[in-house]
Design a protein around this ligand. Structure first.
Ligand code: ATP
Ligand code: MN
Ligand code: MN
Length: 310
């Protein structure tokens, strides 16, 4: 039905009522699979936008823009600029004089696609509440010479460790080299759980995991230590830290996407390169991944007690 609607669209280069300039410009050139044009990107965002939005709305959201496609210069943009589309909200955050980009509608996503935003990187706070942690993201970064199957093992181990302290977790590809394990939190007013506690908890959990298998995991940033190991990057869990949004494309060859997975998919043979701007709209429509995400939040306070006995 969707594609028929588009054909009847009065203006052919219009998506969500937004005119896409340079619609044929190749954002991802054909060299690495079928090309993705700027119009393709806008249509992708329109299609998966409703699904993405739950994870983006109400939070400052940085974007990676690539005005000349991924082979050209790319830049990471946190702040709203003069002349930005009305579809995009502008928010002020304590601790920074410059206002941030916030996307609260599918039209806003498409408007950002129109200015060649290829990647979407929201904060991990509760919607409209920057000081309250809304989710934890464990960023698994394999060093050189680490087989992807080991990253899969790491994700499953993290899931179990989180479950052991009462937290429910979900996994997604990053569209890059690793995986993200994400845990929804249920904030309680006045429970004293802020970003300091969230980062401390994530760090302590990763520290235990690394201590139990130091040949497989590291929690130190030092690049040298990562060779042959997986860096458990818990530092995404801070007020101003971001992680790429579920279903965001990546400005990387092949137009890969950060794809939400079911835990059954997180096993040997998982190939993140399968998930692209071309394949994901159909795959996500059929997938049950992250179905229970919205209702999965648990209070972090209890998990901290369970992990650290305080
Ligand atoms: P990969 O699986 O290849 O590691 P990734 O998205 O996890 O992909 P990382 O480099 O591990 O990439 O970064 C994790 C997250 O941290 C990113 O998704 C992004 O939101 C944020 N990030 C990374 N680099 C920067 C940067 N230079 N400035 C701001 N945020 C960044
Ligand atoms: Mn990573
Ligand atoms: Mn990282």
């Amino acid at each position: 039905a969707k594609s028929n609607d588009r054909k009847s669209d009065p203006a052919p280069n219009t998506v969500c009522g937004i005119t896409i300039s340079n619609p044929d410009k190749e954002m991802w050139p054909a060299a690495d699979g079928a090309a993705v044009s700027k119009l393709d990107l806008a249509r992708y965002l329109e299609t998966v936008g409703p699904w993405m939005l739950d994870h983006i709305k109400g939070r400052p959201c940085s974007v990676i823009r690539a005005p000349d496609g991924i082979k050209g210069e790319t830049f990471f943009q946190r702040h709203a600029m003069r002349g930005i589309s009305d579809e995009i909200d502008i928010v002020r955050i304590s601790g920074d004089r410059e206002p941030y980009i916030e996307v609260n509608s599918v039209d806003g996503l498409v408007a950002l696609g129109q200015i060649a935003a290829l990647e979407f990187h929201p904060w991990n706070c509760e919607p409209f509440d920057p000081d309250v942690p809304g989710r934890l993201v464990f960023d698994l970064d394999p060093g050189l010479d680490v087989e992807f199957a080991r990253v899969v093992d790491a994700a499953n181990e993290l899931r179990e460790r989180l479950e052991n302290v009462g937290l429910v977790s979900f996994c997604k590809t990053t569209g890059g080299k690793g995986l993200h394990v994400v845990t929804r939190l249920k904030p309680r007013r006045g429970d004293g759980i802020g970003w300091k506690e969230a980062k401390m908890f994530a760090g302590a959990l990763c520290q235990q995991m690394a201590a139990d298998d130091p040949s497989a995991y590291v929690i130190k940033m030092t690049k040298k230590l990562r060779k042959g190991r997986i860096f458990l990057d818990y530092l995404r869990n801070d007020r101003m830290a971001t992680a790429v949004a579920p279903l965001s494309p990546r400005a990387r060859p092949g137009a890969t996407v950060s794809m939400p997975l079911t835990w059954t998919q997180v096993r040997k043979g998982l190939d993140p390169k399968r998930f692209t701007v071309h394949t994901v709209p159909d795959l996500i429509a059929k997938s049950k991944a992250w179905e229970d995400y919205a209702s999965s939040g648990r209070p972090l306070g209890a998990a901290i007690k369970s992990l650290l006995g305080r």
